[in-house]
Design a binder for this molecule. Structure first.
Ligand code: ASP
Length: 472
């Protein structure tokens, strides 16, 4: 069996940290490992900055590239020696020379195409993966590094994201592994190729996604995401001092938590592993004694952790800087197509709808959008419904600014009557005015819209209500 591990930029941010990562991998030789690494921290930003400088015809891109070279040269000297050092440095210099030529071309053209950009920015991962694999080999472990552009094939989506092509990637992996069998593979996060073999990326912070896709391709036993926090908290610990680390979350719960702004995982990261029921563990590399948070299928949670299962509500998350838009009028009831007209207009201005609520009386539809998009949304609706507004079929398109969303997330809410009563009771006791409510049919979350200034107070009130009741 294989296990997949992912180490983010801070985990490989210095030579000492790269050594720590190597130690973790070397110490446990119980199974085969595929290790996905990010670029050293800040390096991806530095690479994007090179592109920006060159595009804006700022000569300083040359000096900035030297800083990148220097950083990796220094790290390599700290970590490697002999042939390993020589071979890494020779590859590094070759890459830097190629980058210099490409950046020069971008400088002359005053523009970087997307594939040029993706080619350039992915180098941080190429270098960190090579260095880590050489450190591990130095310790006598059978280890190879993988340029994931040779394996991982993705297609762009209309929303500027990418979808993995699993069957092409599986073929690529089988071919790669037949040529490079090894017990430990260090793979570059973030980068991939298109089906036409053009370098691309999984977009910013894409390495977790890389690890999840690799987990699926390898049918791994589990995927461990190493980071710098102990796991997923029941609420943002900067806002709620009593927040606790959750031992387990179901895939859906993790999904909802991250959608509603908890710093867990990007929702897309869960999809590849969920297909095969592969658990994801979030662990702190700076605190190895903490067990972390396990994200998995609910049936596994039931077996392993009865206590956590008792929590009807697992966590709370918030999104700030929202505005509520309320479209109201008697002319909306029973008129098919109203919702489609409303959200069509919203889509046309490119706004992102965070939540929607419509009462069954159908006299009003309200929804939340980011504050910075609300002006355009309101204008689009005014003009789309001009006639209906003039005729009085719609009474208003109203905007309520300065809102926040508070979401309570928990799989168990579905089968537990009274959870929402408890939630609203806690909010009422704290004198929080609720402006809108939504609950998905899946019942994994209840979402309320409140005034932004009430957000922290509300979060503390509901958190202590649910987490105190657990211990009593
Ligand atoms: N290095 C990439 C970034 O900073 C990908 C990642 O680390 O997840 O966006």
């Amino acid at each position: 069996t294989w296990s997949v591990h992912k180490f983010g930029g801070t985990c490989v941010g210095t030579s000492q940290r790269i050594k720590n990562v190597a130690d973790i991998i070397i110490k446990d030789d119980s199974e085969r490992k595929l290790v996905v690494v990010s670029a050293m921290s800040k390096v991806t930003d530095m690479m994007y900055d090179l592109i920006n400088k060159a595009q804006s015809r700022d000569e300083n891109y040359v000096a900035a590239l030297d800083v990148v070279l220097e950083k990796h040269t220094q790290t390599a000297h700290d970590l490697l020696d002999g042939d390993h050092l020589a071979s890494f440095l020779s590859q590094l210099h070759q890459d830097i020379n190629n980058l210099k030529a490409m950046l020069r071309a971008i400088y002359i053209a005053g523009h970087a195409t997307e594939s040029f950009t993706d080619f350039v920015v992915g180098h941080g991962e190429l270098w960190s993966a090579q260095m880590l694999s050489l450190v591990i080999r130095k310790n006598g472990v059978d280890c190879k590094w993988m340029d994931t552009r040779e394996v991982l094939i993705v297609n762009p989506t209309s929303s500027n994201q990418v979808d993995p092509d699993y069957s092409l990637s599986q073929q690529g992996l089988e071919k790669w592994y037949s040529l490079n069998p090894a017990k430990v593979i260090i793979a570059t996060g973030f980068i991939a190729s298109t089906p036409q073999n053009i370098p691309t990326t999984l977009k910013r912070d894409g390495s977790d996604f890389s690890a999840a896709i690799m987990g699926a391709l390898f049918r791994a036993r589990q995927v461990t995401i190493w980071t710098d926090v102990d796991g997923v908290f029941s609420a943002d610990p900067r806002k709620v001092s009593e927040a606790v680390i959750l031992k387990t979350l179901s895939y859906q719960e993790a999904w909802e938590m991250s959608y509603f702004g908890a710093n867990v995982l990007h929702p897309r990261t869960i999809i590849p592993v969920m297909r095969y029921g592969i658990p994801i563990i979030i662990r702190n590399i700076f605190n190895l004694s903490a067990p972390g948070t396990k994200i998995c299928h609910p049936s596994v949670i039931e077996d392993e952790d009865k206590q956590d299962l008792q929590n009807f509500v697992k966590g709370f998350a918030t999104i700030d800087n929202l505005a509520l838009v309320n479209v109201e009028g008697t002319g909306m009831a029973g008129v098919p197509g109203t919702a489609s007209a409303i959200f069509g207009a919203v889509k046309d201005v490119g706004a992102n709808v965070i939540m929607i609520s419509q009462a069954s009386s159908e006299h009003s539809v309200c929804f939340a959008v980011p504050e910075k998009e609300v002006k355009a949304v309101a204008e689009a609706l005014q003009s789309r419904f001009r006639q209906a507004l003039d005729a009085g079929r719609l009474s208003q398109v109203a905007v309520v600014p300065n809102c926040s969303i508070l979401a309570a997330v928990g799989q168990k809410m579905a089968s537990t009557p009274g959870v929402s009563a408890t939630l609203f009771n806690a909010l009422a006791k704290a004198s929080i005015n609720v402006r809108a409510i939504a609950q998905g049919c899946s019942e994994y979350n209840i979402t309320v819209v409140i005034k932004r200034e009430d957000c922290i107070k509300a979060l503390r009130a509901v958190h202590s209500r649910f987490y105190l009741s657990r211990t009593t």
